[in-house]
Ligand binder design. Structure first.
Ligand code: SF4
Length: 433
């Protein structure tokens, strides 16, 4: 029995109970959303990762992407990145390795952290052949099964990249065509072999494997726009119509899903994008990369992604895949991963401040910080800060002896008004320049 099957039968399983408690939401409400496919709890029966829930009423989750490339393989560094992701707030981790011994790297990463693990099995299928187009459909499905057996909690599979989507891509006026790596593998394979994408053509078989291990299927967006010009075009929405149908088929056999989304989207299209994708996929948890709201900031794309992620979260996105300062430039370093995780966590929290089910809990944190600021209670501020270590480091690098901070010193607005309200303190007129 899968978790969704239990939920449909009205059973509040220990997993549902645990996430309901962690999120401060009534367990029956969580059960009902799991049954409908609006909340997903990625948890392979062969794995032992921490339980987290993504979707309606749940806090906005953050995923970190790590992994080797064919050009750069340093397993110890990937393990450090995995640990940094978890330490600095990632709720899940995707191993996107394409270089080195992929099974061994995945195992090392899974052993290093407690959070759910996601992968893209087609990367390993492609690694079995010299050229991507030489994979067989058996290689693809065997790779999915191998990842399921190894305890991977969710797999990204680009099932929506079918001949129909390809046709719309070819006739579109896109600048960047396809920027999804998995999507590009599928397209190259389909064109070279003149066949339908096996993950679309034999989707029922994919679901059979996922069901056996209660593994979540993350429906990848192979047509993800790679620049704001391409953001809301036909290839993208054609793919989403297909993904909506695939979500329905997965739910019919009690397999949980996420739906992945863009990419690069200008801010005035974020609402349309999120609401459209949610509508087409009947409320399935939406997992976004960014979205990056401009194309001109390489080196700062953790920020362009956080701006889009905050907006997207406000309009209903459930799961934000972090971007790092290295996005579009290089394989991220451990420091990049740390920075990306923290910045994306800020975006997720900002979205939670206005999200149904999380608003009150999220605001309680901000209110506590406001009191600590007002009281000039620095230790409380460090404890409450998303990165207390950094906050302490900045303040202590410029200490002046004042109980305020070196920004205003004796002219601290909070001190002045507090003293004034209590009938004490006068502002030295000489200081008022
Ligand atoms: S000194 Fe200025 S910046 Fe520092 S706490 Fe007071 S008002 Fe805020």
């Amino acid at each position: 029995m899968t978790l969704m099957e239990d939920a449909k039968k009205g059973i509040i399983t220990p997993q549902i109970k645990a996430v309901a408690e962690a999120e401060g939401i009534d367990a029956e409400r969580v059960r009902s959303c799991v049954a409908k496919g609006w909340i997903t709890i990625p948890h392979n029966i062969e794995g032992n990762s921490r339980l987290i829930a993504v979707g309606k009423y749940m806090s906005t989750k953050v995923n970190a992407n790590i992994g080797t490339s064919r050009d750069y393989v340093d397993i110890e560094e990937e393990v450090k990145k995995a640990k940094a992701s978890e330490t600095f707030g990632a709720d899940t981790l995707m191993d996107l390795s394409t270089g080195g011994n992929l099974s061994m790297i995945r195992q090392r990463i899974m052993d290093a952290v407690d959070i759910p693990i996601g992968t893209v099995p087609i990367y390993q299928a492609a690694a079995t052949q010299k050229a991507v187009v030489d994979m067989s459909s058996d290689d693809m499905f065997n790779s999915v099964r191998k990842h399921a057996e190894d305890g991977v909690d969710f797999v990204t599979v680009h099932c929506g990249v079918n001949q129909n989507a390809l046709e719309h891509l070819v006739t579109s006026d896109r600048i960047m065509n396809v920027v999804s790596r998995g999507g590009s593998f599928s397209i190259a394979w389909m064109l070279h072999n003149d066949q339908e994408n096996p993950f679309y053509a034999e989707y029922d078989y994919l679901l059979e494997i996922a069901r056996e291990y209660d593994m979540t299927v993350s429906l990848g967006d192979g047509m993800r726009p790679g620049c704001i010009h391409d953001a809301s075009d036909r290839p993208k929405f054609m793919e989403f119509i297909t993904l909506g149908e695939l979500v329905k088929r997965a739910r019919a056999v009690d397999v949980q899903t996420f739906v992945e989304g863009p990419g690069h989207v200008p801010i005035d299209e974020v609402e349309l994008s999120v609401k459209g994708m949610k509508q087409l996929c009947d409320g399935a948890p939406l997992y976004l990369l960014g979205p990056l709201v401009t194309d001109i900031a390489p080196g700062y794309d953790h920020i362009t992604g956080a701006i889009g992620g905050t907006l997207a979260g406000m309009y209903g996105a459930d799961f934000l895949c972090m971007t790092t300062p290295s996005e579009h430039l290089a394989l991220p370093s451990v420091d990049d991963i740390k920075e990306g995780a923290i910045v994306t966590k800020i975006a997720a929290h900002a979205a939670d401040l206005v999200k149904d089910g999380q608003r009150e809990r999220a605001r309680a944190w901000d209110i506590e910080m406001a009191h600590a600021r007002s009281d000039l209670d620095w230790e409380a501020q460090y404890r409450l800060a998303i990165n207390g270590e950094r906050a302490r480091c900045i303040r202590e690098s410029r200490v002046t002896g004042s109980d305020a901070c070196s920004m205003c010193g004796d002219l601290c607005a909070m001190k002045i008004v507090r003293d004034a309200l209590s009938g004490g303190g006068e502002l030295d007129s000489k200081s008022d320049s």
